[in-house]
Write a protein that binds this ligand. Sequence first.
Ligand code: ADP
Ligand code: S3P
Ligand code: MG
Length: 173
Amino acid sequence: MKNLVLVGFMGTGKTTVGAALAASMGMKHTDLDDAIVESEGRSIPEIFTDQGEAYFRDVETKRLAQLLAAGHQVLTTGGGAVLRKQNVEMMMEHGIVITLYATEEELIKRLENDTGRPLLAGGVATRVKTLMAERAGVYDFAPIQVDTTGKSLSDIVMEITSQVVERTQDGEQ
Ligand SMILES: Nc1ncnc2c1ncn2[C@@H]1O[C@H](COP(=O)(O)OP(=O)(O)O)[C@@H](O)[C@H]1O
Ligand SMILES: O=C(O)C1=C[C@@H](OP(=O)(O)O)[C@@H](O)[C@H](O)C1
Ligand SMILES: [Mg+2]
Protein backbone atom coordinates (compact mmCIF):
# COMPACT_ATOMS: atom_id res chain seq x y z
CA MET A 1 0.00 0.00 0.00
CA LYS A 2 1.23 3.46 -0.93
CA ASN A 3 1.27 6.29 1.60
CA LEU A 4 -2.08 7.95 2.22
CA VAL A 5 -1.41 11.69 2.05
CA LEU A 6 -3.93 14.17 3.42
CA VAL A 7 -3.94 17.72 2.03
CA GLY A 8 -6.32 20.65 2.44
CA PHE A 9 -6.74 24.13 3.85
CA MET A 10 -5.94 24.84 7.53
CA GLY A 11 -8.66 23.52 9.81
CA THR A 12 -10.11 20.99 7.39
CA GLY A 13 -9.13 18.33 9.94
CA LYS A 14 -6.08 16.72 8.31
CA THR A 15 -4.17 16.10 11.55
CA THR A 16 -7.22 14.88 13.49
CA VAL A 17 -8.62 12.71 10.70
CA GLY A 18 -5.17 11.33 9.80
CA ALA A 19 -4.67 9.95 13.31
CA ALA A 20 -8.08 8.26 13.29
CA LEU A 21 -7.63 6.95 9.74
CA ALA A 22 -4.24 5.44 10.57
CA ALA A 23 -5.61 3.78 13.72
CA SER A 24 -8.51 2.31 11.80
CA MET A 25 -6.28 1.02 8.98
CA GLY A 26 -3.49 -0.22 11.23
CA MET A 27 -1.01 2.17 9.67
CA LYS A 28 1.51 4.58 11.18
CA HIS A 29 0.53 8.25 11.25
CA THR A 30 3.04 11.05 10.82
CA ASP A 31 2.10 14.73 10.77
CA LEU A 32 4.53 16.78 8.70
CA ASP A 33 4.19 19.84 10.98
CA ASP A 34 4.88 17.70 14.07
CA ALA A 35 7.93 16.19 12.37
CA ILE A 36 9.22 19.70 11.56
CA VAL A 37 8.62 20.92 15.14
CA GLU A 38 10.47 17.90 16.47
CA SER A 39 13.51 18.23 14.24
CA GLU A 40 13.69 22.03 14.56
CA GLY A 41 13.12 21.98 18.32
CA ARG A 42 10.71 24.95 18.07
CA SER A 43 7.01 25.55 17.49
CA ILE A 44 5.64 26.52 14.06
CA PRO A 45 5.00 30.16 15.17
CA GLU A 46 8.58 30.34 16.50
CA ILE A 47 10.02 29.02 13.23
CA PHE A 48 8.01 31.64 11.27
CA THR A 49 9.08 34.45 13.63
CA ASP A 50 12.74 33.46 13.89
CA GLN A 51 13.48 32.44 10.32
CA GLY A 52 10.50 33.33 8.18
CA GLU A 53 8.08 31.43 5.97
CA ALA A 54 10.63 30.76 3.19
CA TYR A 55 12.83 28.83 5.64
CA PHE A 56 9.79 26.87 6.88
CA ARG A 57 8.86 25.96 3.27
CA ASP A 58 12.38 24.64 2.60
CA VAL A 59 12.30 22.45 5.71
CA GLU A 60 8.76 21.34 4.78
CA THR A 61 9.89 20.14 1.33
CA LYS A 62 12.89 18.26 2.77
CA ARG A 63 10.90 16.52 5.50
CA LEU A 64 8.07 15.69 3.07
CA ALA A 65 10.53 13.92 0.75
CA GLN A 66 11.99 11.91 3.65
CA LEU A 67 8.61 10.90 5.04
CA LEU A 68 7.21 9.90 1.65
CA ALA A 69 10.29 7.73 1.06
CA ALA A 70 9.72 5.91 4.37
CA GLY A 71 6.43 4.62 2.90
CA HIS A 72 3.31 2.83 4.12
CA GLN A 73 1.98 5.53 6.40
CA VAL A 74 -0.75 8.07 6.73
CA LEU A 75 1.01 11.37 6.20
CA THR A 76 -0.82 14.56 7.12
CA THR A 77 0.57 17.75 5.62
CA GLY A 78 0.20 21.44 6.45
CA GLY A 79 -2.18 23.49 4.33
CA GLY A 80 0.65 25.21 2.45
CA ALA A 81 2.53 22.04 1.51
CA VAL A 82 0.81 21.93 -1.90
CA LEU A 83 2.02 25.39 -2.89
CA ARG A 84 5.22 24.01 -4.41
CA LYS A 85 4.75 22.05 -7.62
CA GLN A 86 7.66 19.81 -6.63
CA ASN A 87 5.84 18.81 -3.42
CA VAL A 88 2.66 17.96 -5.32
CA GLU A 89 4.63 15.81 -7.77
CA MET A 90 6.28 13.91 -4.92
CA MET A 91 2.95 13.33 -3.17
CA MET A 92 1.33 12.04 -6.37
CA GLU A 93 4.26 9.73 -7.10
CA HIS A 94 4.58 8.24 -3.62
CA GLY A 95 1.05 8.32 -2.30
CA ILE A 96 -2.68 8.30 -2.77
CA VAL A 97 -3.58 11.92 -2.14
CA ILE A 98 -6.81 12.86 -0.39
CA THR A 99 -8.09 16.44 -0.10
CA LEU A 100 -10.21 17.38 2.89
CA TYR A 101 -12.33 20.46 2.53
CA ALA A 102 -14.96 22.41 4.47
CA THR A 103 -16.94 25.59 3.95
CA GLU A 104 -15.36 28.92 4.81
CA GLU A 105 -17.92 29.43 7.58
CA GLU A 106 -17.09 26.07 9.14
CA LEU A 107 -13.34 26.68 8.95
CA ILE A 108 -13.67 30.06 10.65
CA LYS A 109 -15.71 28.42 13.43
CA ARG A 110 -13.09 25.68 13.89
CA LEU A 111 -10.15 28.09 13.85
CA GLU A 112 -11.48 31.23 15.55
CA ASN A 113 -9.63 30.66 18.84
CA ASP A 114 -6.48 29.25 17.27
CA THR A 115 -3.07 30.71 18.11
CA GLY A 116 -0.80 28.06 16.61
CA ARG A 117 -1.12 29.08 12.96
CA PRO A 118 1.05 32.11 12.19
CA LEU A 119 -0.65 32.77 8.84
CA LEU A 120 -3.93 33.44 10.67
CA ALA A 121 -2.47 36.03 13.04
CA GLY A 122 -4.20 39.40 12.93
CA GLY A 123 -7.78 38.14 12.56
CA VAL A 124 -8.81 34.58 11.80
CA ALA A 125 -11.93 35.32 9.72
CA THR A 126 -10.22 37.87 7.45
CA ARG A 127 -7.08 35.77 7.04
CA VAL A 128 -9.08 32.58 6.25
CA LYS A 129 -11.09 34.46 3.59
CA THR A 130 -7.99 36.05 2.04
CA LEU A 131 -5.93 32.84 2.00
CA MET A 132 -8.80 30.70 0.70
CA ALA A 133 -9.18 33.11 -2.21
CA GLU A 134 -5.42 33.13 -2.86
CA ARG A 135 -5.30 29.34 -2.76
CA ALA A 136 -8.41 28.69 -4.84
CA GLY A 137 -7.91 25.49 -6.85
CA VAL A 138 -4.63 24.39 -5.29
CA TYR A 139 -6.16 21.37 -3.56
CA ASP A 140 -8.14 20.19 -6.59
CA PHE A 141 -5.42 17.91 -8.01
CA ALA A 142 -6.11 15.03 -5.58
CA PRO A 143 -8.11 12.09 -6.94
CA ILE A 144 -10.08 11.76 -3.69
CA GLN A 145 -11.97 14.79 -2.34
CA VAL A 146 -13.88 14.61 0.93
CA ASP A 147 -16.16 17.30 2.36
CA THR A 148 -15.83 17.34 6.16
CA THR A 149 -18.43 20.05 6.86
CA GLY A 150 -20.83 18.93 9.60
CA LYS A 151 -19.51 15.35 9.53
CA SER A 152 -18.24 13.25 12.42
CA LEU A 153 -14.71 11.90 12.52
CA SER A 154 -15.90 8.32 12.09
CA ASP A 155 -18.01 9.22 9.04
CA ILE A 156 -15.05 10.99 7.44
CA VAL A 157 -12.76 8.02 8.12
CA MET A 158 -15.35 5.64 6.61
CA GLU A 159 -15.74 7.82 3.52
CA ILE A 160 -11.98 8.00 2.95
CA THR A 161 -11.52 4.28 3.54
CA SER A 162 -14.19 3.30 1.05
CA GLN A 163 -12.79 5.65 -1.60
CA VAL A 164 -9.25 4.34 -1.06
CA VAL A 165 -10.43 0.73 -1.28
CA GLU A 166 -12.34 1.52 -4.48
CA ARG A 167 -9.25 3.10 -6.07
CA THR A 168 -6.96 0.30 -4.93
CA GLN A 169 -9.32 -2.26 -6.49
CA ASP A 170 -9.26 -0.20 -9.69
CA GLY A 171 -5.55 -0.97 -10.00
CA GLU A 172 -3.86 1.87 -8.11
CA GLN A 173 -1.62 0.78 -5.28
N1 ADP B 1 -15.06 16.95 11.30
C1 ADP B 1 -14.81 17.90 12.19
N2 ADP B 1 -15.85 18.57 12.75
C2 ADP B 1 -15.64 19.55 13.65
N3 ADP B 1 -14.41 19.97 14.06
C3 ADP B 1 -13.34 19.35 13.53
C4 ADP B 1 -13.48 18.29 12.57
N4 ADP B 1 -12.23 17.87 12.22
C5 ADP B 1 -11.36 18.63 12.93
N5 ADP B 1 -12.01 19.51 13.72
C6 ADP B 1 -11.42 20.51 14.62
O1 ADP B 1 -10.89 21.55 13.81
C7 ADP B 1 -9.65 22.02 14.35
C8 ADP B 1 -8.55 21.85 13.32
O2 ADP B 1 -8.31 20.46 13.12
P1 ADP B 1 -6.90 19.93 12.61
O3 ADP B 1 -6.95 18.44 12.60
O4 ADP B 1 -5.80 20.57 13.38
O5 ADP B 1 -6.91 20.50 11.11
P2 ADP B 1 -5.71 20.70 10.09
O6 ADP B 1 -4.63 19.75 10.47
O7 ADP B 1 -6.33 20.40 8.77
O8 ADP B 1 -5.32 22.14 10.21
C9 ADP B 1 -9.41 21.22 15.64
O9 ADP B 1 -9.89 21.97 16.73
C10 ADP B 1 -10.24 19.97 15.43
O10 ADP B 1 -10.68 19.40 16.65
O1 S3P C 1 -1.61 26.60 5.34
C1 S3P C 1 -0.43 26.84 5.71
O2 S3P C 1 0.37 27.51 5.03
C2 S3P C 1 0.03 26.30 7.02
C3 S3P C 1 -0.73 25.31 7.63
C4 S3P C 1 -0.37 24.74 8.94
O3 S3P C 1 -0.81 23.37 9.02
P1 S3P C 1 -2.37 22.95 9.13
O4 S3P C 1 -2.95 22.99 7.75
O5 S3P C 1 -2.33 21.60 9.71
O6 S3P C 1 -3.02 23.95 10.02
C5 S3P C 1 1.14 24.82 9.16
O7 S3P C 1 1.82 23.99 8.25
C6 S3P C 1 1.62 26.24 8.99
O8 S3P C 1 1.03 27.04 10.00
C7 S3P C 1 1.30 26.80 7.60
MG1 MG D 1 -2.55 19.96 10.82
